[in-house]
Every structure is written in structure tokens, then in C-alpha cells.
Write a protein that binds this ligand. Structure first.
Ligand SMILES: [Mg+2]
Length: 436
């Protein structure tokens, strides 16, 4: 594994930048040590792991003809291809590129394995997306004194473990803030490590172009360019008031703060989300509203049955809709209270689906999940006398018992055993529903 640790940091005592006001969030003598770990070309790397014959070749993950590039290997990037680019354009840029369809389940599984590695080093892990996370090492390093940087040591250990256990490479950035750590990992890519000690933050930031800043998208970058600001150094020396006039009081001040490395956002460690869900891939893509609605009901029931079996209740319903072009959207909503009722989960899932307002979209797969799970025993559920759902819960428990005794075909909701549209009355689709 190649390591590119960047220029050796000079060990100087941290000193506040003249422009930095003391905000009192922390003792300035001990700035936090924050690490950002980002997988390199994550989806594509997972695909290469099981197809080693593709290593070194331009590989794109996404739908072959429609949609966008979800991930591209570095040889593909050398042709100017980047994530989010329309697949048709990418294939024009690199006709020999090999396109593989995404397998989100295996990416999620890999992601869980990587998170476990992070958690073996610090309890404060904040997942930023499926393939990147912030780690607060401040506590882990407390009182640690070695000749070389202990954070770099931990970073290299994490990189080695991710490679050994998951067979993919990642890049690590280390800095006193999330913002700097994130930019440092970008600077280290691919397969490298970069530490920016507190004393080097301002020179590190100031040599970057404004569009390299985390959170500065195309529109903001264009606006900064119109103000004549191309380098972060120029942004930093622009009058704060000018930025606030152009971007608003809050965003203008935020941009100015970031350009001096001031970023008070903490790493928020969350326990990994417990969730239970079920998913359905349609035999072939469908644009039939009715088919999707019925599947939502079936999955809500199935999820609720699993929750009752695991003796848990949940509050947040999440639906994911994956389209024929392999893009997907996820929406979540909260139920009135903790529940394990298929009827309540379905009502929430259906509301989320309806709010999407999709018209004739071609859909490959839907997924219903309940998050924020708590053990039933800890939930202190009050008897819900008088609640309309009460009857449903009893009925659903009776269904569970019948299914346990007679098998999955024993009980089904009426709306799942008959077609729901009058024009389908003559042609029910018995094969579609599958087992409960
Ligand atoms: Mg990444």
C-alpha cells in the first residue's frame, strides 16, 4: 500500500491566528484532533474486490445506458469522468470503460465493517455518508506523548485494517476541525494520509482554490469568482461585510470563518442506527402506482412482523425508492408514537410515497425500514384503549400466531389477496405476491 503522508509537519506549539476570536468552546491550548476517513472510489472498489480481473481498468458503476455515473475507478477518472456525470457522456469520453450495475446491499455491508474498524479506535464516530466518517480522537489521544504524531499512527493503522479486512483503500485527513480534516483527506487522495497540524491550517487552506472548500458548490464558487475571489487566501482577506452582502449575514460570515480555519462543528458520535426493514425488487421495472402501493403494504406488514418477533418498537419510517436507472431517493417520517403495527407503518410509508409525487417513474425496487428502535420492554407502552389502531395490533398478533403455526400462506390482508383496481378483477396476479 502506498502512503503519501505529505510534507512532514513542523512541530510547533499551537497558536491562535490573529484573526481568530476566542469563542470559548474549548481550551485553546488543546485543540481537538479530528480525523476524516474517506473510501477511495467506494462502489467501484467494492466491485473490483470481487472482480480482480478489472483492476487497473476504467470501470464505472451505474446503469449501462441510462442515469449517471455513481462511482468511477481512477483509470476512468483519468479520462475526465467523475461521479454524477451522465452515463452517456462518460461512455463517450471513454468508450472502453466497463460498466457494472451497483449492488447497494454489498456496499452497505462493507460500510458496516468499516464502521466497526473506526469504533475500535474511538467511540466518537460520525458517519458522513456510506463511505466516509469523522472520528474525534481528542479523548483517545489524551495524555499520549510520542515522538511522531500519534494521530498519524492511528490513521495508518486504520488504513491498513480497512485494506486487510475489506480489501479496499481509503484516504485519511487529520486536522483540528472537521472542515480541515475533510479537505486534508481530499488532498491525500487516493490511498494516502495527510495531517494538517493547527499551526499549518491557515497556509494549507489559503493555497486552495475556493471551489475546493467543503460546502462550496458550483453556484457559490461562481459567485465568489464574480467577486474576484479565486483563492481561499483572497476570500480570507475580503471584507466580512462584502461577503455578508453577497451571501447573507450567516453564510457570508460562515465562509469567512472557514477561510481562517474556524469551524466549531463537533463530531457527533451516534450509536449505529438499529433498524428493521424489508425490500422488494420487482420482477421487471414498473411504473404502476398500484403495484408499488401494494408492495408498500406487504413490506410494512413484513417489517412489523419482524419487529414483533424481535420485541422492538420504532418511531421513524423510512422508504427508499430505487429507479430503473439505479438512482434512488430516501424519505423518512415519524409516526405519532412508538409502534410495531403494520397498519401504522404502512400509513406512514404511503404518506411518504404520496409526497414524492412521482408520475410514471420507472421503479426497480422499494424498501421500507423502521428506525429508532427500542426494546419493547424498555418502552413502557401504555395500553392504547380507545385508539383505533388497538384492534389492528391484536389482529396482527393473531396473524403472527397463525403464520407461526400454519406457515406464511395462512393469513394475508384482504387487500393483498385481491386486485385493487376494478379492471384487474378478471385477471388477478396470484404469482406476484409471493410468500408473506
Ligand atoms: Mg469517498
Amino acid at each position: 500500500m502506498i502512503s503519501r503522508p505529505g510534507p512532514r509537519p513542523r512541530r510547533r506549539a499551537a497558536r491562535p491566528t490573529p484573526d481568530v476570536p476566542d469563542r470559548g468552546e474549548r481550551d485553546r491550548s488543546t485543540p481537538p484532533t479530528i480525523m476524516h476517513v474517506d473510501m477511495d472510489a467506494f462502489y467501484a472498489s467494492v466491485e473490483l474486490r470481487r472482480r480482480p480481473e478489472l483492476i487497473g481498468k476504467p470501470v464505472l458503476v451505474g446503469g449501462a445506458t441510462r442515469g449517471v455515473v455513481l462511482s468511477a475507478t481512477y483509470p476512468a477518472r483519468a479520462h475526465g469522468i467523475s461521479g454524477g456525470m451522465p452515463m452517456t457522456r462518460a461512455r463517450r469520453l471513454c468508450p472502453e470503460a466497463i460498466v457494472v450495475p451497483p449492488d447497494f446491499d454489498s456496499y452497505a455491508e462493507t460500510s458496516r465493517g468499516i464502521r466497526a474498524i473506526f469504533e475500535s479506535f474511538t467511540a466518537v464516530v460520525e458517519s458522513a455518508s456510506i463511505d466516509e466518517a469523522f472520528l474525534d480522537l481528542t479523548g483517545a489521544l489524551h495524555g499520549c506523548r510520542t515522538a511522531s504524531s500519534p494521530a498519524v499512527l492511528i490513521g495508518e493503522l486504520i488504513r491498513a485494517k480497512v485494506h486487510d479486512e475489506q480489501g479496499i483503500t481509503c484516504s485519511v485527513g487529520i486536522g483540528p476541525t472537521k472542515f480541515v480534516a475533510k479537505l486534508a483527506s481530499t488532498a491525500a487522495k487516493p490511498d494516502g494520509l495527510r495531517e494538517v497540524p493547527p499551526a499549518d491550517v491557515v497556509p494549507f487552506l489559503h493555497q486552495l482554490p475556493v471551489e475546493a472548500m467543503w460546502g462550496v458548490g458550483e453556484a457559490t464558487a461562481a459567485k465568489l469568482h464574480r467577486l474576484g475571489l479565486h483563492k481561499v487566501a483572497e476570500l480570507a482577506h475580503a471584507p466580512r461585510a462584502t461577503l455578508q452582502r453577497a451571501f447573507g449575514i450567516h453564510q457570508g460570515a460562515h465562509l469567512h470563518d472557514l477561510s481562517w480555519g474556524r469551524d466549531a462543528r463537533p463530531v457527533v458520535g451516534r450509536p449505529p442506527e438499529r433498524s428493521i426493514g424489508s425490500e422488494e425488487t420487482f420482477g421487471r421495472d414498473t411504473d404502476d402506482e398500484e403495484v408499488v402501493r401494494r408492495e408498500l403494504l406487504r413490506m410494512a406488514d413484513r417489517t412489523a412482523a419482524r419487529m414483533r418477533k424481535s420485541e422492538v418498537l420504532g418511531r421513524t419510517v423510512v422508504i427508499t425508492v430505487r429507479f430503473a436507472d439505479y438512482t434512488q431517493i430516501t424519505r423518512s417520517g415519524t409516526m405519532r408514537g412508538l409502534s410495531d403495527s403494520g397498519g401504522e407503518i404502512h400509513a406512514q410509508a404511503l404518506a411518504l410515497w404520496t409526497a414524492l409525487g412521482l408520475r410514471r417513474a420507472r421503479i426497480r425496487k422499494v424498501y421500507v425500514r423502521v428506525e429508532g428502535l427500542v426494546d419493547r420492554a424498555e418502552a413502557h407502552v401504555q395500553p392504547e384503549l380507545g385508539e383505533p389502531e388497538h384492534g389492528w395490533r391484536e389482529a396482527e398478533r393473531a396473524m403472527d400466531a397463525a403464520v407461526a403455526k400454519f406457515g406464511p400462506q395462512a393469513v394475508r390482508r384482504a387487500s393483498l389477496t385481491r386486485p385493487t383496481r376494478p379492471d384487474r378483477l378478471s385477471s388477478p396476479e396470484p404469482g406476484f405476491l409471493g410468500p408473506y
